[in-house]
Design a protein around this ligand. Structure first.
Ligand code: MF3
Ligand code: CO
Ligand code: CO
Length: 256
């Protein structure tokens, strides 16, 4: 039995955590423009989470020093917010936000395009979002986990972009990272693991314009860049398998 299988009452909590993450993105979005530092984005996230009774799942995780990850251009993931990193026209930046609210984690990331962005960068960002959405669309009880990677490959390959192999999606719920690992490329060992109602996990493809290979910054131990300096994009949602399909937790709830 996979550990990240949750009961319906837990799905209510996961829905609330995911809603909070989505609303935090709405809160920061107007500020994510040329001239802001990623350090300021971090402070905005911290402020929103505090005001809403939540906490950053990242802060202190394995010694991670900030509330959110901000990954600019060739940074694949785990970019550490800094007052010295100022967003400028033409940049693409991923903001990856994980929050704990009433004991449950929600994890999502989005791309922001700053001002006039190159055609290639726009295609990369759009293809990555399309890949995530296509992968979500195949999720349902009984579907092998390998369908996720298969679907992402089918969307990404025609564009000639590469899929990062060093980082995976993950089970999530009462802890941020749990089994199973979710591969963003086809792996036949996942043909035999089937989605079941209650399974909660992320899909978070990272795709690059050049090589899929990544290098971790030796100085900070976190910042992960493309090995060739090419651009990288990522989108992420937290999902739950229901009796008849899939629910995206990290979208805003429609309040009554
Ligand atoms: N949000 C990341 C993920 O998608 C995890 C961040 S790890 C941290 O799994 F160290 F930066 F906190
Ligand atoms: Co994340
Ligand atoms: Co994640």
């Amino acid at each position: 039995m996979l550990p990240s299988v949750y009961a319906p009452k837990d799905f209510k909590r996961l829905r609330a955590s995911g809603d909070l993450v989505a609303r935090c993105f709405d809160f920061i979005s107007p500020y994510v423009v040329a001239g802001i530092s990623t350090g300021e984005i971090d402070r905005l996230v911290a402020q929103f989470l505090k005001e809403n009774g939540a906490r950053s799942s990242d802060l202190g995780y394995m010694g991670y020093p900030k509330n959110v990850c901000t990954s600019v251009n060739e940074v694949v993931c785990h970019g550490i917010p800094s007052d010295d990193v100022i967003l400028k026209d033409g940049d693409i930046v991923n903001v990856d936000l994980t929050a704990e609210f009433h004991g449950f984690h929600g994890d999502a990331s989005r791309m922001f395009m700053i001002g006039n962005v190159s055609k290639q960068a726009r295609e990369l960002v759009q293809t990555c979002q399309d890949a995530l959405n296509a992968a979500i669309a195949v999720c349902a009880p009984g579907v092998p986990l390998s369908e996720i990677g298969k679907t992402i490959e089918a969307v990404v390959k025609p564009h000639g972009f590469s899929i990062v192999r060093d980082f995976v999606g993950h089970g999530i719920g009462k802890v941020m990272h749990d089994e199973p690992q979710i591969y963003h490329f086809y792996d036949k060992k996942y043909d035999n693991i089937k989605m079941v109602p209650g399974l909660v996990f992320t899909i978070e493809p990272m795709i690059n314009t050049g090589t899929y290979k990544c290098v971790i910054d030796e100085k900070d131990g976190w910042t992960t860049r493309t090995a060739d300096g090419g651009l990288s994009a990522q989108w992420e949602h937290t999902l739950g398998i229901t009796e008849d399909g899939v629910i995206i937790f990290t979208e805003k709830m429609l309040h009554d």
